[in-house]
Design a protein around this ligand. Structure first.
Ligand SMILES: [Zn+2]
Length: 134
C-alpha cells in the first residue's frame, strides 16, 4: 500500500494533492469549500426551522386558543427581521475544526460568514464544521 503522506484536497470534486500544512490545494478550493459549507449550513438551518411549520391549512379556521389567556405577554410571533437579517446564518461565527488536532473554534471566536474565506486562507489546516448529514 503506497499511501501518500500528502492528503488530497478536501474540497468535493477536487482530486489534487493539498498544499503542505493545508487541507486545500489552492485558494479557489478554499473558497469552494467555504461556499459549499455555508450553503450546507443554511440548508440545515432551514430544515430545522421548517420542521414544525407544517401546521397549515387546518380545517378549523377559527383558532380558539387566542381568547383563552387574553393578551399573551410572550410574543409568539417571530419578530420582523427583514431589515437586518440578510443571511440565514446566525450572527455567531462559523464553527471550524482542525481535524489533525481535533481543535474546534466555534461561537464568537469563530470567523463570521464574511470572514470565513479569508480566515480559512490564513488557517488552511482548518475546515468548516459541517452539520452531520441525515
Ligand atoms: Zn482542490
Amino acid at each position: 500500500m503506497n499511501y501518500p503522506t500528502q492528503p488530497n484536497c478536501i474540497t468535493v470534486g477536487c482530486s489534487m494533492l493539498a498544499d503542505y500544512h493545508s487541507l486545500y490545494c489552492s485558494a479557489e478550493c478554499v473558497q469552494r469549500h467555504a461556499e459549499e459549507s455555508l450553503k450546507l449550513l443554511a440548508e440545515e438551518k432551514k430544515k430545522r426551522m421548517g420542521s414544525k411549520s407544517t401546521v397549515s391549512s387546518s380545517k378549523s379556521v377559527t383558532s380558539p386558543t387566542s381568547s383563552l389567556l387574553g393578551p399573551v405577554p410572550w410574543n409568539s410571533y417571530p419578530a420582523p427581521v427583514s431589515s437586518q437579517t440578510e443571511s440565514t446564518l446566525p450572527k455567531e461565527g462559523i464553527a471550524v475544526i482542525e481535524r489533525s488536532t481535533g481543535r474546534v473554534i466555534a461561537g464568537v471566536a469563530a470567523p463570521s460568514q464574511e470572514e470565513i474565506f479569508y480566515w480559512l486562507q490564513d488557517h488552511p489546516s482548518f475546515e468548516v464544521l459541517r452539520p452531520p448529514s441525515g
